[in-house]
Design a protein. Structure first.
Ligand code: IPE
Length: 258
């Protein structure tokens, strides 16, 4: 079983509201060909989710009625993104089928309360490729909250114990500094708890309601303990995802269990 996350920064322009990177998404879809029945895809929301979610503080849950219109808009927007991802997959011959997070899980306090993998199991059993995504979801204590794609990755990893988990980012992996501004930043080949704790904390430039890269890395350490191998690679470089799925080694950061 392979579990792949297409990061929001790879399939959207995170700085510009609702900008889909069609070419990149179609190429990544074609790199996943031939794995129907043994692949689950998760995608982030990118600028279809984070921009409005941050503006209206949807990640903090319900505070007043004025948030409900943006809740509906973000729900619609991430479904539009999901449809575009499905189109890219299906056009590449990958039999993607949509499973919104709330169809398989309940949420409380921005965490998963109960996860039911049966829908994923049925789709996989049929030889299809379940596709889930970051979304606004009903939440028992907050009334609504944001479920990140990474939260779904963690649940899926725990239940399906994949051979390989791949996070497609817009950089080669985790660096010692921000590779986009610091040219001396070096790629970290293996990242464990200690390395993460020692990493210099840099601020993300774009709106992100599901935590900085450090929050995401915390979750990845947990995911790494439920699979044989967990890597972060550059989804913007053609061929890297394909090679990784074929078991070849590519520039990446391997996340160690912790
Ligand atoms: C965010 O999901 C969900 C919403 C803001 C609605 P992710 O946290 O998985 O998205 P990316 O990968 O950072 O864009």
């Amino acid at each position: 079983m392979f579990l792949v996350k297409l990061g929001g920064s790879v399939i959207t322009d995170k700085g510009r509201l609702r900008t889909f990177k069609d070419e990149a998404c179609r190429r990544l879809a074609s790199e996943m060909q031939g794995r129907d029945g043994s692949l689950i895809v998760v995608h982030g929301a990118g600028s279809y989710g984070h921009v409005l979610a941050k503006e209206h503080r949807l990640d903090e849950g319900f505070s007043d009625e004025s948030q409900l219109h943006p809740v509906a808009i973000v729900q619609r927007d991430v479904r539009e993104l999901n449809t575009r991802v499905l189109e890219a997959l299906i056009d590449s011959g990958v039999r993607g089928v949509s499973i919104p997070p709330a169809a398989s899980a309940t949420f409380d306090g921005s965490a998963v309360k109960v996860f039911d993998p049966s829908l994923f199991q049925k789709m996989i059993g049929l030889g299809l490729v379940p596709v889930t995504f970051g979304d606004v979801v009903p939440d028992e204590s907050l009334r609504f909250s944001i479920c990140s794609g990474d939260l779904m990755m963690a649940e899926l990893a725990r239940h399906f114990k994949p051979r390989l988990v791949v996070f497609c980012a817009d950089v080669d992996g985790v660096f010692t500094g921000d590779p986009k501004t610091d040219h001396g930043a070096e790629l970290i080949h293996e990242l464990g708890r200690e390395t993460l704790d020692n990493l210099r904390r840099t601020e993300s430039l774009n709106a992100d309601v599901t935590g900085s890269i450090y929050g995401k890395l915390d979750r990845m350490l947990d995911i790494a303990s439920h699979c044989e191998k967990c890597i972060i690679l550059n989804g913007d470089v053609p061929g890297r995802l394909k090679k990784a799925l074929e078991g070849e080694s590519v520039p990446s950061t391997a996340v160690l269990p912790g």
